[in-house]
Design a protein around this ligand. Structure first.
Ligand code: 13P
Length: 250
């Protein structure tokens, strides 16, 4: 499977119940009526909302979970398996988000297991990587991310993967990484992966006000949006971005 270049993904985190999800869809779907088909729109929503989305089979939104376990079933209280997601027609899952790493002790090793399990069941994982403020100030951004990739991606098929570069200090802070810097780090990630054309997204305080600038960058294939994906108008504007210098990257 070859993924289209541009991916506009939202991560709702632990927000919205089913009723709110339905209201959201009513407002959001008309806004992406004219969005170019080459832009893949994915929403990673809470488990309870997955079915609300997948039953809208006519929509052009693709649905993702926010986690996936490495075993198909078992005594793993509170976890969700890939076959369970597949049964709901879920085809994506974020893996290794910094909030999972920070609050739920997710490690590069468990991230690796989750990535492989997702792919085994035809779920495209969205691997999140990124450095803390401390790593950045100590000049360890590249080595930190390289390490996350080296362990996380062992045995993982790059053809069926999306990567999101999410600097932790830019998540939910309004402190967006400058587009040029995000482009540079994503270029480093790509080069570390042998210049593979895997889709690499930027995430961290993406908003309607900065999306055009971000999507004008040559290495950035899309965005993973947290807070701004909760508002249909904001996420609609993001999906309908108009890259500055659009001729370069149509
Ligand atoms: P914000 O867009 O709210 O900064 O969140 C980014 C994020 O964590 C997406 O996964």
């Amino acid at each position: 499977m070859t993924l289209p270049q541009q991916v506009i993904a939202g991560n709702w985190k632990m927000y919205k119940n089913r009723m709110e999800a339905r209201t959201y869809l009513e407002a959001f779907l008309p806004l992406i009526d004219q969005t170019p088909a080459a832009r893949r729109i994915i929403l990673c929503v809470p488990f309870t909302c997955l079915n609300t989305f997948t039953e809208h089979t006519s929509t052009r939104i693709e649905v993702g979970a926010q986690n996936v376990h490495w075993q198909p079933e078992g005594a793993y209280t509170g976890e969700i398996s890939a076959p369970m997601l597949v049964e709901l027609n879920v085809r994506y899952a974020t893996v290794g988000h910094s909030e999972r790493r920070q609050y739920f002790n997710e490690t590069d090793e468990t991230v690796n297991l989750r990535l492989k399990a997702a792919q085994l069941h035809q779920i495209t994982p969205i691997l999140c990587v990124g450095e803390s403020k401390q790593h950045r100030t100590q000049g360890e951004t590249e080595s930190w991310i390289r390490n996350q990739l080296d362990i996380g991606l062992q045995g993982v098929d790059l053809e069926r993967l999306i990567i999101a570069y999410e600097p932790i200090w830019a998540i939910g802070t309004g402190d967006t990484c400058a587009a040029g810097e995000a482009n540079r780090v994503i270029g480093e990630i790509r080069s570390h992966l042998g210049n593979h054309p895997v889709s690499i997204l930027y995430g961290g305080s993406v908003k309607p006000s900065n999306i055009d600038e971000i999507m004008a960058e040559t290495q950035i294939d899309g965005v993973l949006v947290g807070g701004a994906s909760l508002d249909p108008l904001d996420f609609g504007r993001i999906a309908n971005f108009q890259p500055l210098g659009a001729a370069i990257k149509s």
